[in-house]
Ligand binder design. Structure first.
Ligand SMILES: [Zn+2]
Ligand SMILES: [Zn+2]
Length: 376
């Protein structure tokens, strides 16, 4: 079966010169990932003693092959920050006209989107009865694609716990205050504040005038959804976080002139195939490459690493609120089993151990058997 890397290998050279340096660097990593061009890792099976050579992976966050281990590690790390309470998924989008401006000035544009939306959550919460006087802790993940990678659609998903840390007069953490299970804050207020803040942010960095006036009359889709326990939400978000939305599984065919991949239209259970010209495929993929070093996951309030209120303190307040019996039964008590499993031999299932790692190119015939191992 062809892969995303095969499609890029075939069609990227034709438009290579039109890509940015960052896009070239990333596409080139993906094309060489696990081929042996980046070196290799030599394993030996502790069961049957068979030797395995695996091409080193590129480890790039845009690579559809890499990041499975990172995704697992992310879920694990992120789960540790979550409280055993109900959560909300809050999504902020922009009308297409504004999206196109963000695509042209990504670093500044995405920052505006993060700042406007996170401040809206903070401000609207402060004006909401159940959260008055509380500090919230939440995190957001930026996405730029929908179901079809050819479509550019920037939006941020925030995972927001249903409650906050009540502060006393001196700004010290006092208690956990919960929101109702199905209500975080008023949707219409949130949309209004978000629109105003986004306009302010764009104005402050000189992008406002490049947005057509009509965009401000368009619908700003903002969604607040009660999602209950946050772990399923994390699992839903995880594939977005360390992989691009287009996985190898979705590539149906790559030929001299085109690439065919599957798309599942919204609200449909059936997938259909989409055939695009090779160049369009590469451009569609490259538009989701983030500015180098751009932080697409951001933490706010008591989830932020700079917070004066520490996570352990919040956890303590939540336990006091819920009671210890709840905690012991909730699965939030420390778990023994690690989420990541050791690498196994494809022949006998024995555990593999690393014998050597080389950074020189190697001839690597069997790149698929251990496709999900991140050799780093
Ligand atoms: Zn073996
Ligand atoms: Zn890779």
């Amino acid at each position: 079966m062809p892969s995303v890397a095969d499609a890029l290998r075939k069609h990227a050279p034709a438009i290579w010169q039109t890509l940015s340096i960052v896009q070239q660097k990333i596409l080139s990593s993906i094309i060489r990932c696990r081929t042996g061009a980046l070196g290799g890792v030599h394993y030996q099976c502790s069961g049957c003693r068979r030797e395995h050579w695996v091409g080193r992976s590129c480890g790039n966050r845009h690579c559809p092959n890499c990041g499975h281990e990172k995704t697992q590690a992310w879920i694990e790390k992120q789960s540790a920050k979550l409280m055993p309470v109900h959560h909300f998924l809050v999504t902020f989008t922009v009308p297409r006209e504004i999206g196109l401006v963000l695509r042209e000035c990504q670093r500044e544009g995405y920052r505006c989107l993060f700042d406007a939306s996170s401040q809206s959550i903070r401000d609207v919460a402060a004006a909401t009865k159940s959260l008055k006087g509380c500090q919230l802790g939440f995190f957001g993940v930026l996405h730029t694609w929908g179901r079809d990678p050819a479509v550019y659609h920037p939006y941020i998903h925030y995972v927001v716990p249903g409650g906050g840390v009540k502060l006393d007069d001196h700004g010290q953490a006092e208690s956990w205050q919960s929101t109702p299970k199905n209500f975080l804050f008023h949707h219409d207020t949130l949309v209004r504040i978000y629109k105003a803040k986004l306009a302010d942010e764009l104005r402050a960095c000189g992008l406002y005038d490049t947005v057509s006036m009509s965009a401000w009359n368009k619908k700003f889709v903002v969604d607040i959804q009660a999602v209950g326990h946050a772990i399923p939400t994390l699992k839903y978000l995880a594939p977005y976080v360390h992989r691009v939305a287009l996985s190898d599984k979705r590539i149906v065919a790559v030929d001299e002139s085109s690439v065919t991949y599957t798309v599942r239209p919204s609200k449909s259970v059936r997938t259909m195939t989409q055939k695009v010209e090779g160049e369009s495929f590469v451009r569609g993929f490259a538009q989701h490459v983030l500015p180098s070093g751009f932080q697409k996951i951001r933490h706010y309030g008591w989830m932020s690493p700079n917070s004066k209120i520490k996570l352990d303190q919040v956890r303590w307040l939540v336990w006091l609120f819920l009671g210890w019996t709840f905690w012991l039964a909730s699965g939030h008590a420390p778990q023994e089993k690690p989420l990541t499993q050791p690498l196994r031999c494809s022949d006998c299932g024995g555990q593999l151990r690393v014998v050597e790692v080389t950074y020189d190119p190697i001839e690597c015939s069997d790149t698929r058997s251990l496709a999900y191992f991140d050799s780093g």
